[in-house]
Design a protein around this ligand. Sequence first.
Ligand SMILES: Cc1cc2nc3c(=O)[nH]c(=O)nc-3n(C[C@H](O)[C@H](O)[C@H](O)COP(=O)(O)OP(=O)(O)OC[C@H]3O[C@@H](n4cnc5c(N)ncnc54)[C@H](O)[C@@H]3O)c2cc1C
Length: 321
Amino acid sequence: MSGIWVYAEVSSDGKVESGALENLTKARDLGSEVSAVALGPGASQAAAQLGGYGATTLYASDDAVYSDFVAQPAAHALAELAGQHQPELILFSATYDSRDIAGRLSGKLGATLMANATDLLGPDYAQTQIFGGTQIVDVTLSGPDPKLVITRPKSFEPSPSGGGAATVVQVDVAVPDEAKTCRRVERHEQAASGPKLEAAKVVVAGGRGLQDASNFKLLEELARAIPGAAVGASRAIVDSGWVPYALQVGQTGKTVSPEVYIAVGISGATQHLVGMKNSKRIIAVNKDKDAPIFQYADLGIVGDALKVIPQIIEAINATKG
Ligand SMILES: Cc1cc2nc3c(=O)[nH]c(=O)nc-3n(C[C@H](O)[C@H](O)[C@H](O)COP(=O)(O)OP(=O)(O)OC[C@H]3O[C@@H](n4cnc5c(N)ncnc54)[C@H](O)[C@@H]3O)c2cc1C
């Protein structure tokens, strides 16, 4: 068996997605030899960064087939590599592509796949949270190696190992035509200023209580006033077309755990709570004093968001002056 692998998504300029760095840090703690796999343009360039977080070996291919086609080529290559090197565990972060690849790989290998893991206590022993994060469940992963685990974002604090660049082993896998049926036809970069929602220190999220799509700009203004803040949203206003799906927090959106989560006009439905409940501090603004969100809030403001938020912005800007 050849230790623990971390599947790392890499941009074309060789930058590694943050979830992979979190997973490398955790994999190191488990005491096994740690390797990374990166597929697509920029993969080989990631050797220094991946090595710096603990990967001794990087299985890499810069072939554009892995970015031109969705998930299938990567799942095919990972299945081949796993057959050759037999890792005991492969960790994935919860990005759209990695989730897709992990699912396909599980189908190919007949391997156990666990999603939404919040901790790993060993290569076949993980934890997750249920009932809105009120219960922790220990999970034993059975079946043949490798086990496949998708981790929840920000479950582990990424920390450099101080190691040098990973040794690059070029992946030489022929991707068959049947793994090229799902072509990426267009890439759309969401215009965004400020930090990414999943990585932001502060998240300012809005819900139906904002009354109208045009009022979301108030939250954008608040986020601009707070260093390191990003905006998020409840599903109600995503479904209404006020903001794009990329901003949705919750069960069917993103999971965030910032230092501070500011929920504005959000009722606190279970499906929303599971995506933000692990935030270090929660501030809620809601005009209904009985709104469920207040049960989870460290600070609750009962009031009309359209009046409260401008006052908060003004107060923050005044402190800057
Ligand atoms: C399978 C499934 C998956 C789901 N996944 C998600 C998910 O990922 N994320 C998610 O968010 N939801 C999800 N939902 C939907 C979820 O159940 C709720 O419907 C949704 O979160 C409600 O959004 P909301 O709080 O913005 O709206 P509402 O529940 O309508 O709440 C609006 C709140 O605004 C307050 N309010 C009204 N006016 C004002 C004002 N002027 N000032 C201040 N407050 C005001 C109200 O008191 C109320 O509490 C899912 C549902 C299902 C069934």
